[in-house]
Unconditional design. Structure first.
Length: 101
């Protein structure tokens, strides 16, 4: 996926409050090659209103890892990488903290 598409799509997402269930317009869903992605943005209850970007990615392992690397190239090292499946290759959730200065 092209860098410009990722940056524009993430920047265009409304920020939801952490802990709330996102509405459809607050989620970017896309199929990219053999990977399915879901991305959300959340505002944290910090004085600076820091943000979290959450990427959920599933699908074919090579494609999934390609997408994750593309996001890392833009947002840097994630603060958390988790698997939420009995088979860790099925779904990964990656979270980035975006501090507001």
């Amino acid at each position: 996926m092209e860098r410009e598409i990722i940056e524009a799509s993430v920047a265009g997402l409304p920020k939801s409050k952490l802990g709330e269930i996102q509405r459809d317009h607050e989620i970017w869903e896309e199929y990219d090659g053999g990977a399915k992605i879901m991305v959300t943005r959340h505002v944290l209850p910090t004085p600076q209103k820091d943000e979290i970007i959450s990427l959920s990615v599933s699908g074919e392992p090579t494609e999934r890892h390609r997408v994750i690397k593309e996001f890392i190239a833009i947002y840097g090292r994630p603060v958390e990488v988790s698997s939420y499946s009995q088979n860790p290759e099925e779904l990964e959730i990656i979270i980035w903290l975006i501090p507001k200065v």
